[in-house]
Write a protein that binds this ligand. Sequence first.
Ligand code: HXC
Length: 257
Amino acid sequence: MEFIKVTENKEPYVALIELNRPKELNALNRQLMEEVRDALQQLDKNDAVRVIIITGNEQAFAAGADIKQMADKTAIDMLMIDQFSTWDQIRKTKKPIIAAVSGFALGGGCEFAMTCDMIIASETAKFGQPEIKIGTIPGAGGTQRLTKAIGKAKAMELILTGRFLSAEEAHFYGLVNKVVPKEMYLYEALQLAKEIAQLSPVAVQLAKESINRSFETHLDEGLTLERKNFYLTFASEDQKEGMKAFVEKRNPDFKGK
Ligand code: HXC
């Protein structure tokens, strides 16, 4: 594992996955997500694990999908790479997953936190879907999950402007379970994990499956549409300009093409 660190027994029955690309603010390249997928599949089969926590570091949970890895891709490249099959496998994890978020949770990072079942946030956490600023849109569930979590008006505002949501606002809108001081976010996630880990793993798993079912039929259709539209942005000059501008550290000049 190059980009993540897995501790199977952080507490009895509680495993911890730490995203570990600190210099890139944990930007989610494809290998990192595959490592997360492989770790989750193993932990799901391990009877000594009942609850899983995913965290980054104090500065960033994850600042998004790796823009440098995507910048020059065409729509067809993106379609054929099919990175979202990895994300689909991640969301099939049966055991509960708690995201412990400090600092940036942006773009794919926000989507990854929302793919988890609950979110504990440090007061420094910043959530957002800033893809619009680099000429694309959320592609890993943001248009679907954020809208369901915080409602249409606020989701429109965030996704159409790329603005960030503070931890306090994220709590107000129901995106996160709890906000705590920055020294406490992992501790608080562990407390929640330990409480759940004492309960019947069978009932917990079935409850998780049932709650997810409450929106998954719609989610499947929504994810499919979002994915196609995300790929479509890679057919635009604006996506090339937006991502190139990020890499070159300058403001993009969007032409609507
Ligand atoms: C690749 C990234 C990155 C990213 C940060 N870095 N975010 N590299 N992909 N998403 C890199 C920077 O290039 C830089 O590397 C280093 O991490 C530190 O970042 P800085 O920008 O210097 O830090 P700071 O000035 O503090 O700004 C933090 C930031 C900014 C506001 C989070 O980095 C930012 O705007 N990042 C991009 C956020 C974003 O647009 N996310 C959505 C991506 S698209 P160097 O080498 O220069 O030191 C997406 C699509 C999802 O997620 C759908 C598919 C899964």
